[in-house]
Design a protein around this ligand. Structure first.
Ligand code: PGA
Length: 252
């Protein structure tokens, strides 16, 4: 049985003080132990204070983004090495806001994913279709292409360090969630694509999380689906009570 993973993507919220307080409340709420991996993705400037607060707990921390090159004249960018050296274990790659607001395509996402792996970070690779793609019946093709374009060519040790988050774009921050059965269908397709590219063993081990308006009210029905291994949470991760409740419901 795969251990579930619940991650909080704080996006461009939570300054140092607010982030440290929220992380403290989360660590405190988890002190009795939950059989669930918990990861926080604060903004870059808030990472050090969150790392300080979670030290010694089971909570890990990741970056929301990174640049596709190791170092150099890229004003305003953050490298994989900088995140790793701070103490981050994870990094988000391919979040729909990066794809759609910042125009990141599979070419750049492939480079980002590979540079993350090279520097010892484990990527959460996000995929998901637009509303019109779902309505025209091509959601599965879109997600399969997103997976193949970026993941093909990784070796076994590399793919073993990747987690996947399926986040239908129309469900992010909108209050709309995919039904548990629609999400489950997509998760099982994703697992099949991973099996076809790599192997059954790798696909069975792969953590595939759901994201898009996950809240305490819908977490339990999503996690009971066998191919849904946890949640990538945005809005509901900004309050300790709702985030902790999602974690509680995600233990299996
Ligand atoms: P949401 O965001 O939970 O606010 O929909 C999810 C995400 O963007 O990862």
């Amino acid at each position: 049985m795969r251990k579930s993973v619940v991650a909080g993507n704080w996006k461009m919220n939570m300054n140092n003080k607010e982030g440290a307080r929220l992380a403290g409340e989360i660590v405190n709420g988890l002190k009795d132990g939950f059989d669930c991996e918990v990861v926080l993705f604060p903004s870059f400037t808030t990472i050090p204070s969150v790392l300080e607060v979670v030290r010694g707990s089971s909570v890990s921390v990741g970056g929301q983004n990174l640049y596709s090159e190791s170092s150099g004249a890229f004003t305003g960018e953050i490298s994989a090495d900088m995140l790793k050296e701070l103490g981050c274990e994870y990094v988000l790659v391919g979040h729909s806001e990066r794809r759609h607001i910042f125009g990141e395509d599979s070419v750049i996402l492939s480079k980002k994913l590979r540079i993350a792996l090279k520097y010892g970070l484990s990527p959460f690779f996000c995929v998901g279709e637009l509303l019109e793609q779902r309505e025209s019946g091509i959601a599965g093709d879109v997600v399969e292409r997103q997976l193949r374009e970026v993941l093909e060519g990784l070796d076994e040790s590399e793919i073993s360090r990747v987690k996947i988050a399926y986040e239908p774009v129309w469900a992010i921050g909108t209050g709309k969630t995919a039904t548990a059965s629609d999400a489950a269908d997509m998760h099982s397709l994703i697992r099949e694509v991973i099996e076809n590219i790599f192997s059954r063993t790798i696909s069975q081990r792969m953590i595939i999380m759901y994201g898009g308006s996950v809240k305490p009210a819908n977490a339990a029905e999503l996690i009971k689906e066998k191919d849904i291994d946890g949640a990538l949470v945005g809005g509901a991760a900004l309050r300790a009570d709702s985030f902790l409740e999602i974690i509680r419901q995600s233990v299996r």
